[in-house]
Write a protein that binds this ligand. Structure first.
Ligand code: ADP
Ligand code: MG
Length: 486
């Protein structure tokens, strides 16, 4: 029997706020353990919560940019459980009245031609609610240590419908979601720092069946690729269990990224196990139209909208836009370049290929060098494009000096001047060289004259070599053809 997979994701994102969600203790990463705490974070008796306005505002923003309906009242519930990551023994969360309802995440569909945009769809969201993060446990052979630094940080839980159908769609969903949230300044969404975390619910069913199969919840998916790999493995596991006549039990399984398989952790708890009830220490929050309008006005253009606009307005190819658009700073850099350079396609090409390559090469284990730290400016790119355009240098020379421009921050014209790289457009000089090359390469000449058009490239190559790449290629072509016609 053929099976198909159905996946729903629960993504947790830490909203980037200065202080925690219900207290003034600071948020932060990589601080000494248990230094970002106060009586409320530690759950000491008598400590009372005070709502962080910025956390609500960021949640409204996420809801608006994902097209959700924003609740007009949001209230707080206690989710009760006993575990060392939560000293109060309850987590303040939202149960039946989440701050955002519905909405969707735009993804690129797999299998369609990637040469054009338009093969996109929206993955439906169920809800987004706001809750406080819990502490972090680190397990050792004998002991477990707890760090409450992240406890109480505002955490958005973004729940999708079971509306994803392959590991690649899961991958596309997480990238799209992360890009949008980073664009809007909600969070850096760095999964390695735990700013974005994902649980994947995976089930399979016979193709053609409309009922959902029993789902398994996957945990410990620590990178976006890890989610894709874990989901891929789990789909295969479930299909083979069913093919062998077994049944899937509803449970939570842990992905082991090194050995690449999932293992059972526990059977799933039910909502009633948590004994949710409204938090008596917190008032519901009213969200009015004016507030929503104000937040709406702060939402920047979203990545895929920008990509569509770049293709339309600057006539950029899909390949350039898909390299540029996940990164807002890179897009701003590109648009600044277009203001001083009338060749958007050319500058996009330099930015999407050469600049990205140099940034990656200058990076470290944390990733590429951030654009803001590099010495490259839109003026460098614009000047390089115009030097090639006006024939001052060949594009080969431009390619060659790019790394030096990047490393030194010197203007391209200064490097060209310094190294004497200006392209030779001196017809007399080039004619002399061409005549000599023709005399030295009788075989290529004969082939060309015999109708083998490509043979001219060998001659051009020799001219380029003789001029150290500085001959104007267009001119060389013209001169060679003229001489060969005689
Ligand atoms: P629970 O009650 O176990 O928390 P929910 O119905 O709240 O389950 O769903 C949690 C997540 O699991 C959602 O993202 C949802 O889309 C997904 N999900 C629910 N049922 C399935 C299923 N049968 N297959 C895949 N994903 C599912
Ligand atoms: Mg649920």
């Amino acid at each position: 029997m053929e099976y198909e997979a159905v996946i729903g994701l629960e993504v947790h994102v830490q909203a980037d706020t200065k202080s925690k969600m219900f207290t003034r203790a600071a948020t932060g990463y990589a601080e000494p353990p248990n230094t970002l705490t106060d009586p409320f974070v530690l759950g000491l008796p008598g400590a009372l919560p005070v709502m962080n306005l910025e956390a609500i505002e960021k949640s409204i923003k996420v809801g608006l940019l994902l097209g959700c309906e924003i609740a007009r009242t949001c209230k707080w519930d206690r989710k009760n459980y006993f575990y060392p990551d939560m000293p109060k023994n309850y987590q303040i969360s939202q149960y039946d009245q989440p701050i955002c309802i519905g909405g969707g995440v735009e993804i690129e569909m797999e299998g369609e031609s990637r040469a054009v945009m338009g093969s996109h769809r929206k993955v439906e969201l169920t809800r987004i609610h706001l809750e406080e993060d819990v502490g972090k446990l680190t397990h050792y052979e004998q002991d477990s240590l707890v760090d409450y630094n992240r406890a109480g940080s505002p955490l958005l839980e973004i729940v999708s419908e079971p509306d994803l159908f392959s590991p690649d769609e899961v991958f596309a969903y997480l990238n799209s979601l992360r890009n949008s949230l980073v664009y809007a300044g909600i969070s850096d969404c760095d999964m390695e720092k735990g700013q974005m975390r994902c649980d994947a619910n995976v089930s399979v069913r016979p193709v053609g069946e409309s009922e959902l199969g029993t789902k398994v919840e996957l945990k410990n998916l620590n990178t976006i690729s890890g989610v894709r790999n874990g989901v891929e493995y789990e789909i295969k596991r479930q299909i083979s269990v069913l093919r062998e006549g077994g049944t899937i039990s509803q449970e939570t399984r842990r992905w082991n990224p090194d050995q690449r398989y999932t293992t059972s952790m526990r059977s799933k708890e039910m909502a009633h196990d948590y004994r949710y009830f409204p938090d008596p220490d917190l008032m519901p929050v009213k969200i009015d139209e004016e507030w929503i309008q104000r937040v709406q006005a702060e939402i920047p253009e979203m990545p895929f909208d920008k990509q569509r606009r770049f293709m339309e307005q600057y006539d950029l190819p899909y390949s350039s836009t898909s390299a540029l658009c996940p990164d807002k700073e890179l897009c701003d850099f590109f648009e600044a370049t277009t203001k001083i350079c009338e060749q958007p396609k050319k500058s996009a090409n330099w930015i999407a290929n050469d600049l990205l390559r140099e940034l990656a090469a200058a990076g470290d284990e944390n990733g590429p060098m951030p654009l803001a730290k590099s010495k490259m400016t839109p003026a460098h790119v614009a000047e390089l494009v115009s030097l090639v355009e006006d024939g001052s240098i060949s594009s080969n020379i431009a390619k060659e000096i790019f790394p030096e421009i990047f490393a030194s921050g010197k203007m391209p014209s200064a490097i060209v001047e310094e190294k004497g790289l200006k392209q030779t457009s001196d017809t007399g000089e080039l004619e002399g060289i061409c005549t000599q090359v023709i005399a030295e390469q009788p075989k290529a000449v004969e082939e060309f004259k015999g109708g083998k058009e490509n043979a001219i490239n060998a001659l051009k190559g020799q001219v380029m070599k003789a001029t150290r790449g500085q001959a104007n290629p267009k001119l060389v072509d013209e001169i060679l053809r003229k001489l060969l016609a005689n």
